[in-house]
Design a protein around this ligand. Sequence first.
Ligand SMILES: Cc1ncc(COP(=O)(O)O)c(C=O)c1O
Length: 390
Amino acid sequence: MNFDEIIDRRGTHCAKWDKMETVYGVSPEDGLPMWVADTDFRAPDVVLDRMRDMIAHGVFGYFDNTDEYTGAIRWWMDNRHGWKVEPDWIFTTTGLVNGVGMCLDTFTAPGDGIVLFTPVYHAFAKVIRNAGRKVVECEMANEDGRYTLDFETWDAQMTGDEKMVILCSPHNPGGRVWTREELQGVGDFCRRHDLLLISDEIHHDLVYPGQKHLPMPVADPTITDRLMMLTAPSKTFNVAGLHTGNVIIPDDKLRERFAARMAALNLSGNSMGQAVLAAAYSPEGAAWVDELMVYLDGNRRLFDTAIADIPGLKSMELDATFLAWVDFSGTGMERAEFTRRVEQQAGIAANHGTTFGLGGDNFLRFNLGTQRARIEDACARLSAAFGDLQ
Ligand SMILES: Cc1ncc(COP(=O)(O)O)c(C=O)c1O
């Protein structure tokens, strides 16, 4: 796989490139989109070949048998993550934000509190508010540039109105791979306050060499009676536009309730998304991911070195994800000023930290899932935009 190949995505209805001028005022002609969390890489051949076969066949009628799809998920979870999944635990949703929405809809009521460990992926708060539930922001501690879970403070914050926690594991932003002890701590927190738990593990494959992601039910097998696991091939294989996510529910009673809601809305997956997942979750797909992570590791090192050379800027050390989380507080600048420099001087569209909730204000998130030459360009642009600090 040649991850260096520059692919022009402009004019393809691509959110990251084609919407950046509207959202950021940064032109796709000469700007760099480092916001929306997909990559600029082509999916692996094993995926593209499967799509080509379907197109050559040319019939996209109703389909029925999902054995290949569930079998591939079982194989992937067992082989890559050490978690054994039964086929009837698996539901297909229109991506994982939809999976979160379905869980809120099924297991909580309007007005219920939903706990987020912030700063965290912005769409969680959005979907909670859109569902008429209440966002309960529990701010993580930032210990020397690394997020940690502050259960003692959060215990005191609980009022009894909370019904659910949404955990992001590995964490977006900041890229933490949570340890077994930390995940067990999340389990204990849920038991102490009688909370259900969504574990969104969409970034589980994007783990850097030397790190090991633990699925929540592997870290804490006793949590399964409160657990909804969310996984997808979308980030890993850059197929988010196919909108295929998995909600995996090991507990019989929770599963029954979720199945009833899915049936009431008559929801099911689409044939292309399921075929792509089955192709990706294979030995060929696994080999591609291993190569991808070596490449992304190179991007991350290059970017972090350049950021470290700019006085006042600090990029969190990522255990996982291609999403760099840069702290600008050391510059002493107002948020409007460092954001203006990044967008208008450097010509880079990066996510605003404010949208990630409490603790995000002084940060911008930069997507490193692109060709190395573009990362080099981004580094040069940022060095120039903050050149007066040297
Ligand atoms: C933690 C997390 N969950 C879900 C999503 C999006 O999932 P989907 O596109 O399947 O709705 C993202 C995208 O960045 C994410 O970071």
